[in-house]
Write a protein that binds this ligand. Structure first.
Ligand code: CMC
Length: 431
């Protein structure tokens, strides 16, 4: 972090405190309150971190008002259009686009780490068949800490790198195995002659009885879904990974914590919830009823796939995803998909409604992704695991950055205590 040249002045009970202000390369200035408690004896209060920067980072930048997402300075539109997932993984992890030789080497390394320890198969078999694949993933990824102890010494940069490669490589295998187990089919081993996205589709859809040929159009669409979800700066699951690892915890266990956080419907679980909502709406004539429910303060219902903490104009990932949905459905010959029709009409109706306009609520990345995934033949329960596969590189890159940051400290928020003041214990017979 560079030395600050600006300051902010805070006055409490007539006493003045000068606080350093840091200027980022992009985005709003940040008031540095690290010494505030020591100097003024007060905390700041910001539930949900709506105005708080929890770290400095050079990986991803979002301008929510402009609807801009940059990874290491490159726009998501360019990356989704010109690059591919493993190149974006390299970019996020190492900070620069790889040369051809670096890319070949990286792809070779990831490809050769895709198998999981054979004994880990037993973990899957311990779960009920009807377990949600995210439940299985939380458990199995956490269990990697028991299998890959030779890359768990986080003080060793080489071990950190091997752990990173292992997680990026094995996550599709684990997600596909969770799926295969849930439908009672045999696990399918990864194939080194396939690219990352094709290999994932192969592990999901191939069966021993018959050859499965990966459709390159679907592989490209899957790769784009992976790319669009790769990182999103300090979102809830990434912050969870950073907080968990700030104590020096095992890297695989930290990623399991990120998966747990991602599962929630306000975060990665929204893609499943969104498709379920679109199906519940069913036909365009029911859209007004659901719009009315979303606006009703007495009704907890929200339009899933709508709204974002940071984007207040549009989510650039949603724009690419919408195009992709059109392309994929067209290529699959299902351009008259009734759910896509409901999605498009719902989007138009919400955008024309002052409630959504005033609150700056727009479709987010999850609004159209489920339609594509379902068209590919994936069940809704696999949508969030696919998000987890994609986001693994983001979690890992942020985790790596945290370790390389000399200012890294254990995460330990403070609180505004509103409970009882000290009182005397009363024996049970006297209560
Ligand atoms: N439908 C209806 N009203 C909404 C919605 C929605 N989807 N989202 C926000 N609002 C309203 C909310 O009721 C509140 O109104 P008021 O000011 O009158 O109380 C206002 O908009 C602000 O909402 P908030 O919950 O304070 O905003 P937030 O920044 O804390 O929440 C969000 C962001 C994404 C959790 C929220 O918009 C939401 O629940 N959306 C639906 C779930 C979803 O699609 N999540 C995926 C997010 S993108 C991918 C990811 O992060 O994983």
């Amino acid at each position: 972090m560079t030395e600050s040249t600006k300051t902010a002045t805070l006055t409490i009970d007539g006493q003045t405190y000068e606080l350093p202000v840091h200027s980022p390369t992009l985005g709003p200035d940040v008031i540095d309150i690290r010494k505030l408690y020591a100097q003024a004896g007060v905390f700041t209060y910001d539930p949900g971190f709506t105005s708080t920067a929890s770290c400095d980072s050079t990986i991803t930048y979002i301008d929510g008002d402009k609807g801009e997402l940059l990874h290491r300075g490159y726009t998501i539109d360019e990356l989704a259009g010109k690059s591919h997932y493993l190149e974006v993984c390299y970019l996020l992890l190492y900070g620069t686009l790889p040369t051809a030789a670096e890319l070949e080497n990286f792809e070779g390394t990831i490809t050769r780490h895709t198998m999981i320890h054979e004994q880990m198969h037993n973990f899957f078999r311990g779960f009920r068949r009807d377990a949600h694949p995210m439940a299985t993933m939380v458990g199995v990824v956490g269990a990697m800490s028991a299998f890959y102890q030779d890359s768990s010494d986080i003080a060793d940069p080489r071990q950190r790198e091997i752990a990173s490669h292992r997680m990026i490589a094995k996550m599709p295998t684990i997600a596909a195995m969770a799926y295969k187990y849930s439908i009672g089919q045999p696990f399918v081993y990864p194939r080194n002659d396939l690219d990352y996205a094709s290999n994932f589709l192969h592990m999901c859809f191939s069966v021993p009885a018959e050859e499965y040929v990966v459709d390159p159009i679907l592989a490209r669409a899957m790769d784009r879904i992976f790319t669009l979800h790769a990182d999103h700066e300090q979102n809830a699951s990434t912050s969870t990974v950073r907080l968990a690892s700030s104590s020096g915890a095992n890297p695989f266990a930290c990623i399991a914590a990120g998966i747990a956080c991602l599962w929630g419907p306000s975060h990665g679980g929204a893609n499943q919830a969104c498709l379920e909502m679109l199906k519940e709406i069913g036909t365009p004539d029911r859209i007004p009823e659901f719009i009315a429910r979303a606006k009703d303060k007495e009704d907890p219902f929200r339009l899933m796939g709508f709204g974002h903490r940071v984007y207040k104009n549009f989510d650039p990932r949603a724009t690419v995803m919408k195009q992709s949905a059109d392309e994929v459905l067209d290529l699959l010959g299902v351009e008259n998909n009734p759910i896509l029709q409901v999605a498009k009409e719902l989007e138009a109706a919400a955008l024309a409604d002052p409630y959504f306009a005033d609150k700056k609520l727009f479709p987010n990345v999850d609004f159209y992704s489920g339609i594509i995934l379902e068209a590919m033949g994936l069940p809704t329960s696999m949508f969030t695991p696919i998000f987890a596969v994609s986001r693994t590189v983001g979690w890992i890159s942020q985790w790596k950055e945290q370790f390389e940051d000399p200012q890294q400290k254990i995460g330990r928020p403070r609180q505004l205590y509103l409970g009882e003041t000290e009182r005397e214990y009363v024996d049970v017979e006297n209560r």
